[in-house]
Ligand binder design. Structure first.
Ligand code: ATP
Ligand code: MG
Length: 364
């Protein structure tokens, strides 16, 4: 060991740069499983992230550094994510082949989905499952293709580098959330005959990501550009408040009204946006059901800051006729950091950061 050690390779840092805030989680590998040893969150100024891309690198970097410094988080193996709204994700089936062949075939396959020059994008894939297709005798891979513009990926890597961190992996927030919630959606996966169908809904500040899994295998994913900021904007406009005041009113006083009568005036205002979101979720579910010929979604798991909106879970459950549960991204993780109160209070917002850090401490 040298005089200067840059962190401990047994730990990994997940950095989620969301529209509203940066969330950082540090996990440590231990014989009994992952331990959460450090965490921190700080808000971003309004234009720091624009449409899910780094709008103002200086202020994003300043916030990352601020969290690292105040929480005494050392540079470690780092995992970051880009927003699902800026990537193209497509499902496809390909014959079973060698990893090298797969790599090439995936590129060719991806070209048809890419509206940009192929050398301007980075293409990755994940084999979700191998299915037996008896008609032609061979097995098939069910593949998720992920395509992102290189410039976008680089803007995240650059902002981390200027904060003193070198990301090992650039993931997608949607996928990182699924990684963190595995314990939540696999819990009862075997209880439904033919496999349980679970929808994960990550409601953030700018987007709501919907993913549907059957028996733990991803089958559908979509981004809806309606989330917490739309609710705050609505309160701001109707109640003639500043954004920050509207945000506080939403968190402290708003409650999605169930039935015809609202709890108060803000609840009525909030309901307009939540109704819109619920009908977009229904549209996605209908599309998924038609495509996959799955008649039912058995469960919804909620995540993201906006899932904390009072009565949001009951409203979604009533509107969609599906049982709703809050996700637990700490399933199987021991919390050993000092002062974990703020972590538990805002747990839904840490889901993506936890899923990212898990990449560095699980497996191998
Ligand atoms: N208790 C609460 N009640 C209502 N809304 C809340 C509460 N706590 C947080 N939020 C909302 O959650 C949102 C932030 O959630 P989150 O951190 O998951 O989003 P983000 O990752 O910054 O955004 P995105 O993923 O869309 O880029 C904000 O709109 C915030 O107002
Ligand atoms: Mg987010």
């Amino acid at each position: 060991m040298g005089l200067f050690t840059f962190g401990n390779t047994n730990t990994a840092v997940g950095v989620d740069i969301g529209t509203s805030a940066v969330k950082i989680v540090q996990l440590k590998k231990s014989p009994s499983g992952p331990e959460l040893v450090n965490y921190g969150m700080m808000p971003l100024p309004p234009d720091a992230m624009t449409e899910g891309a780094v709008g103002d690198p200086q202020s994003v970097s300043a916030v990352i550094k601020d969290i690292m410094k105040s929480r005494k988080i050392k540079p470690e193996r780092t995992f970051v994510s880009i927003s699902g709204q800026n990537v193209i994700m497509r499902f496809t089936k390909l014959p079973v082949m060698s990893p090298e062949e797969l790599e090439q075939t995936v590129r060719i396959e991806a070209e048809q989905y890419v509206p940009y020059a192929i050398d301007e994008v980075s293409i990755t894939h994940a084999v979700l499952s191998t299915v037996d297709e008896e008609e032609d005798g061979g097995g098939k891979y069910s593949i998720l293709l992920v395509v992102a513009q290189k410039d976008l990926v680089n803007s995240y890597t650059d902002v981390l580098k200027s904060s003193g961190l070198t990301p090992e992996v650039v993931d997608v927030d949607t996928i990182a959330a699924l990684n963190a919630l595995e314990g939540s959606y696999l819990q009862t996966a075997s209880t439904q005959e033919g496999g349980e169908v679970v929808a994960i809904i990550d409601a953030g500040a700018r987007t709501t990501n919907i993913s549907v899994l059957k028996s733990g295998i991803l089958m559908f994913t979509r981004n809806i550009p309606i989330a917490g900021n739309n609710i705050t904007e609505m309160i701001k406009d109707v109640m003639k408040q500043e954004f920050d005041q509207a945000e506080s009113l939403k968190i402290e006083e708003a409650e999605v009204s169930i039935g015809d009568t609202g709890a108060n005036e803000i609840s009525e205002v909030v309901k307009t946006t939540v109704e819109e979101l619920a009908s977009e979720i229904r549209r996605s579910f209908d599309y998924f059901k038609a495509q996959s010929r799955e008649p039912l979604i058995h469960r919804i798991i909620l995540s993201g800051g906006s899932s904390n909106l009072k009565s949001f879970n009951t409203y979604i459950s009533n509107e969609l006729g599906v049982d709703v549960f809050m996700g637990n991204p700490l399933e199987g993780i021991a919390v050993t950091c000092p002062d974990p109160d703020e972590l538990y209070d805002n747990l839904q917002q840490y889901t993506v950061a936890i899923g990212l850090a898990l990449r560095g401490v699980v497996g191998d």
